[in-house]
Design a protein around this ligand. Structure first.
Ligand code: PA5
Length: 481
């Protein structure tokens, strides 16, 4: 059966039998004919993607090769790990999610609570949302004289990031003085353009580049993701080695053996032929929850497009959802199993967890718990995944399982590259440009207008006029009944 346990030359494997008509029936499962029917298009798009790469586009594919950058980051991080106790990452969306996914997967889960000397690298604090409560609490918690502020923005003008940076910078200057503050700030941004570049150059901050021709959500394997990861002690060479291994494993144009194209095709067919307009990513490991979050942004911003590449309205995209096994078995699975049959569910299995915790024998008073005796927590979690995959299949809910033998930097690199190529191919199948994010830009511009930024006066007027007459549709609970 071609649809079971496709091996890859990298270490990940995919079992997609439960997504097929063989397992869940013709109405909900993809058929072999449908997969084979896409093979010509996939091969054509593969040729286009590779031709574009040859022509200097699709530059995200080159990121695993920048060893000069790796050396520069390693040298910076080695010093910073010694020097600082705290590290504030200021960035949002593609400028922080990849770093978080990496650190969550590979660092100690309670690293911020580990004492200095035990913890690898400084404590990490994230300023993504401009939430005044969180920002204030962060600045009250860190030890500013021993804090590195790393501000990350490709455009160099994202309102949330720049506002958070200005606040954090002011606090740092107040604590250590202007001259010293400059030494405690590092900026990752475009090499030549953007307001953050202007700030960095005029103040003299140390900078790292966001590579040209790469969208924010594709930057996890650039300085954007690598610098925070290295600060947390991640082996970034292994991260890139995993990505390079996946790149090698995805050179072919065969839909059945290229794992990225297979995943793209399954999702696309599930959505467009079987009404599975949502894609759930559900790792059975707390450490991989951040990876699901990173993928959620990648899938949403890349595929959610109004216009196709031919200029026609398509309103494409598949809503990505993140869930965590086994926790969401007690929250979401009821809906996934018996609610609307509109989801494809991608489970992520870990072959071997990094810790083994034996379950002790239960006391004699509770013989009903003896089934747990001699068991192990990872075994329980893994069997819960198998049980969920089976229960979903029984309910005719298509699902697939991606297995990694363990969670390490190499595996993370594989996942990052796999999902990026999967997304690029999915964009091709949907007929949309997976790069750019015009919908995000519209909101950013509206924010500038509402905050009174110069050059956005007309938009501000339009926005103000658009709310006229809306009072009639507001309800204030206070004072009712
Ligand atoms: O993927 C993207 O391009 C976006 O999610 C951006 O990363 C996000 O909007 C932040 O942008 P910037 O890095 O320019 O501050």
């Amino acid at each position: 059966m071609t649809s079971t346990a496709t091996p890859m030359s990298s270490r990940l494997s995919i079992d997609y039998y439960n997504a097929t008509a063989h397992a869940v029936g013709d109405r909900d499962g993809i058929t072999d004919e449908q997969i084979d029917g896409l093979s010509g298009r996939v091969a054509t798009e593969h040729a286009r993607i590779h031709a574009e790469h040859q022509a200097g586009e699709q530059r995200w594919m080159n990121l695993p090769d920048d060893m000069a950058l790796v050396e520069e980051i390693e040298a910076f991080a080695a010093e910073a790990r010694e020097r600082y106790t705290d590290f504030i990452l200021v960035g949002i969306g593609g400028s922080s999610l990849g770093a978080l996914a990496t650190i969550q997967a590979l660092a100690h889960p309670f690293r911020n609570m580990q004492p200095d000397g035990v913890r690898v690298g400084p404590r990490l604090f994230l300023l993504d949302n401009p939430d005044p409560e969180k920002v204030r609490a962060t600045l009250e918690t860190v030890d500013l004289p021993n804090t590195l502020i790393s501000v990350v923005s490709k455009s160099g003008q994202t309102a949330e990031t720049m506002a958070n940076f200005l606040v954090a910078r002011e606090a740092l200057v107040a604590a250590v003085g202007e001259e010293q503050a400059v030494k405690q700030i590092v900026a990752t941004t475009d090499n030549t353009s953007g307001l953050l570049r202007v700030l960095a150059d005029s103040a003299g901050y140390r900078t790292f580049p966001v590579p040209d021709g790469v969208d924010g959500r594709q930057t996890v394997l650039s300085a954007v993701g690598l610098l925070p990861a290295a600060l947390a002690g991640v082996d970034i060479r292994q991260l890139l080695a995993g990505a390079a291994a996946m790149r090698a494993a995805t050179q072919g144009d065969d839909i059945r053996t290229n794992p990225a194209y297979l995943l793209a095709a399954i999702s696309y067919l599930a959505d467009t032929e079987h009404g599975k307009s949502m894609l759930v990513t559900m790792p059975y490991a707390d450490a991989l929850y951040g990876l699901a979050d990173w993928f959620r942004q990648l899938w949403a911003e890349s595929l959610g497009k109004r216009l196709g590449t031919d200029g026609r309205e398509v309103f494409a995209g598949q809503t990505p959802i993140k869930a965590l096994g086994a926790i969401d078995q007690h929250s979401q699975i009821q809906l996934y199993t018996e609610g609307p049959n509109d989801k494809l569910i991608a489970l992520v299995r870990v072959g071997g967890y990094r810790s083994t915790v034996a379950i002790p024998n239960p006391p004699a008073e509770t013989p009903e718990l003896s089934y747990l005796a001699n068991g192990e927590l990872g075994q329980l979690l893994d069997r819960e995944l198998s049980a969920t995959a089976w229960a979903l299949r029984e309910a005719k809910r298509p699902n697939l399982t991606i297995t990694t033998p363990t969670i390490d930097a190499f595996a993370l690199g594989e996942f990052f590259y796999l999902h990026q190529l999967q997304t690029v191919m999915a964009g091709a199948l949907y007929g949309v440009n997976p790069f750019g994010q015009p919908g995000v830009e519209a909101g950013k511009n509206a924010t500038y207008a509402l905050m009174g930024r110069e050059g956005y006066e007309q938009l501000r007027t339009d926005l103000t006029q658009s709310v006229q007459g809306s009072e009639a549709y507001r309800l204030t609970a206070a004072g009712q009944g």
